[in-house]
Write a protein that binds this ligand. Structure first.
Ligand code: ADP
Ligand code: MN
Ligand code: MN
Ligand code: MN
Length: 371
């Protein structure tokens, strides 16, 4: 472990010289996309001979797509451009959709369908904000900074070197997101030492998923620089009940306006009839991760039942206290796990709350447990 981290540090010092070399008009554009598991990110960089002024100036590109031992070719279609906080202006990071050779979205490409649904509900002006929790690990696979005897103590929003590990990563990630143009809006230390959270939003429509995925990419890159690994696992530490979530906050124009609380309550009522359908897409393993995570302990709700309340953190869906007092604002769905695909989560929310009318007793958690 120490040999590897030594060489990583040396590497970063030497890098400064090369980064200071004069550069021409060329621009490094890093294409970022979601892999075939729909969970991890991949990237590769190409040089354009001048700075792109927008997404339309960035050409499609192909790449190899490996599923087991089977290799095929896919097309990367640029959809949203950010500034590159690692190699700086004029370089870009560009989030891409993945299409097959016939220009049909790959199965893992949930953005395509989600964007269509967001178009359908455009007049509602749907806003989202997501709270991404993550846990840091050393290169040895152990939780970053933990003493051999295990986690010192649970420490939500804690301060002090004996309680939180890796604050530099949280701070640097935030600065990198701001530079990039990712709509990060806050950070905090989480319940475990070396567990952190950042928030993105409010974002309108499909922007939410794009910004969250790019924030995740930037986190992985910042962690490369520090020689640690970020995990979005819903239950990151074996044998420890601590969990990581990705709460989603949601509002429409009506919910944000005077008297909006009635629309919030109506949406929550609809959600209560679709509990299992939502859990199926709220983590990256069809509900299996949340079956362990939503265990009624430490600010999580019960996997088997939908619950809601004002100000409570032990429920599926919470109305923040200030929203209840103001009579308008937004609500928070606390069920998505840290490894969820935001495109799926936001789509499920608008389909249930704004588009489809759930039947009475539409819900059946038994089904999800059996599948
Ligand atoms: P919590 O109290 O649950 O920890 P945070 O402060 O961590 O909440 O996160 C609040 C989230 O709510 C942020 O992502 C923010 O962008 C989002 N948010 C704020 N206002 C709205 C709104 N009107 N509609 C949707 N999301 C919102
Ligand atoms: Mn939060
Ligand atoms: Mn949190
Ligand atoms: Mn929250």
């Amino acid at each position: 472990m120490s040999d590897l981290s030594e060489s990583l540090r040396l590497h970063k010092t030497v890098k400064k010289h090369y980064m200071s070399l004069a550069k021409g008009a060329e621009c490094q554009v890093t294409y970022v996309w979601i892999d075939n598991a729909g969970e991890n990110l991949q990237c590769k960089t190409r040089i354009l001979n001048k700075e792109p002024t927008g997404i339309k100036d960035i050409p499609e590109w192909t790449t190899v797509w490996a599923i087991g031992h089977h290799f095929s070719e896919v097309t990367l279609v640029p959809v949203r451009m950010f500034r590159d906080p690692f190699t700086l202006d004029p370089d870009k990071l560009v989030l891409c959709e993945v299409l097959d050779s016939n220009h049909v979205p790959k199965e893992s490409n949930q953005r395509s369908q989600s964007a269509k649904v967001m178009e359908e509900v455009r007049e509602f002006q749907p806003w989202f904000g997501m709270e991404q929790e993550y846990t840091l690990f050393g290169l040895d696979g152990k939780p970053f900074g933990w003493p051999p005897q295990g986690c010192p103590r649970r420490a939500h929003c804690a301060v002090g070197i004996n309680k939180v590990y890796g604050r530099d990563i949280c701070i640097c990630h935030c600065r990198a997101c701001l530079y990039a143009g990712v709509k990060i809006c806050g950070t905090n230390a989480e319940a475990l030492a070396s567990q952190w959270e950042f928030q993105v939003g409010p974002c309108e429509g499909i922007e939410m998923g794009d910004h969250l995925w790019m924030a995740r990419y930037i986190l992985h890159r910042v962690c490369e620089d520090f020689g640690v690994v970020a995990s979005f696992d819903a239950q990151p530490i074996e044998g420890n009940t601590a969990t990581s979530g990705c709460h989603i906050n949601f509002s429409t124009k009506e919910m944000r306006s005077e008297g909006g609380l009635q629309y919030i309550e109506e949406a929550i009522k609809r959600l209560s009839k679709r509990h299992s359908q939502h859990l199926r897409v709220y983590d990256s393993h069809n509900g299996a991760d949340n079956m362990r995570r939503l265990n009624n302990q430490s600010t999580t709700s019960d996997f088997h039942y939908f619950s809601t309340a004002v100000s409570s953190r032990a429920v599926s869906v919470r109305i923040p206290g200030h929203v209840s007092q103001m009579g308008c604002g937004y609500f928070e769905d606390r069920r998505p796990a840290a490894n969820c695909d935001p495109y799926l989560v936001m789509r499920a929310l608008v389909e249930t709350c704004l588009l489809e009318t759930p039947e009475e007793n539409d819900d059946d958690v038994g089904k999800i447990m059996a599948s």
